[in-house]
Design a protein around this ligand. Structure first.
Ligand code: B12
Length: 216
């Protein structure tokens, strides 16, 4: 892998230069750099460089929005639309919870799982927990992936398993990830699994889906 190319890609995202980010990602793909590397060693560290742009002292909404737009465009190149029709390996909900408008990570989780053959129901960002429960009641989902970027969502995450239990849906696996949740453990969050990156989510879900198929 060409480390310079990756650094150019990171810089294009940090600068919010969408056109350059697209040409850099195309360059990485043509150099056989994997999508996993592009996400974990490219997109994630790029956005981490903007970490302090969300703080009161250094707040810069424009920079964040431009970088977010570049990430969205890159995600579309990595995972083009149209992968979503016949995904049959199991249904999965993805969402960010009420009060959390961050959705770049959630969208990547959605696309990667779709690419792996799962049918993903995107409940969106800033989502009421009731919407997740109603969707879980209606659809035969095997897992719910919560992407949590701000710590204020933690109490909602902690009640999800019990709320599902009220409808005898506690067999649904709850996965948590994103900056605010990956620092906790599954016991504290009362979920089944906490993952660092989207690929941890994929490994966990592949295991439970396989188990489910063996039990059929
Ligand atoms: C970009 C950004 C924004 C953008 C979001 C744009 C968008 N469409 O998402 C905007 C400008 C809207 C924004 C707003 C705010 N933000 Co902000 N934001 C960020 C920033 C810089 C990057 C987040 C990001 O997109 N990363 C890139 C993606 C790809 O990474 P990711 O989400 O982590 O996802 C990856 C993995 O975590 C994993 N993953 C994600 N979900 C899941 C789920 C599962 C189950 C698994 C296993 C894995 C997994 O897979 C992904 C790919 O590998 C973070 C900094 C940080 N440290 O995260 C702050 C940050 C999250 N924001 C923060 C804050 C404070 C805010 C604001 C309150 C600022 C303000 N004063 O208004 C508002 C909150 C608005 C709200 N109510 O939600 C804080 C949160 C602090 C806290 N502890 O609660 C952070 C941590 C910055 C900081 N250090 O202060 N923000």
């Amino acid at each position: 892998m060409n480390e310079d190319n990756l650094q150019n890609f990171i810089k294009a995202i940090v600068d919010g230069d969408q056109a350059l980010a697209i040409s850099e990602v195309e360059n990485l793909l043509s150099n056989q750099v994997s999508k996993q590397t592009i996400i974990t060693d490219g997109i994630e560290p790029a956005m981490m460089q903007l970490d302090n742009r969300c703080t009161a002292e250094h707040y810069n909404l424009l920079e964040l929005m431009l970088a977010g737009r570049a990430v969205d465009a890159v995600t579309k190149i990595l995972f083009p639309d149209g992968l979503d029709s016949k995904n049959t390996k199991g249904k999965i909900i993805v969402a960010s919870l009420e009060g959390d408008v961050h959705d770049l990570g959630k969208n990547i989780v959605k696309k990667v799982l779709m690419g792996k053959g799962y049918y993903v129901i995107d409940c969106g960002k800033d989502t009421l927990i009731e919407k997740l429960i109603n969707t879980a009641k209606r659809e035969n989902v095997i897992a719910i992936c919560i992407s949590g970027l701000i710590t204020s969502v933690i109490p909602q995450v902690q009640q999800l398993k019990d709320r599902l239990k009220g409808y005898e849906l506690d067999n649904i696996h709850i996965l948590a990830g994103g900056a605010a949740l990956k620092q906790s453990n599954s016991g504290d969050l009362k979920v089944d699994y906490v993952g660092d990156t989207v690929f941890d989510a994929v490994h966990y879900i592949e295991k439970i889906a396989e188990k489910g198929m063996n039990n059929e």
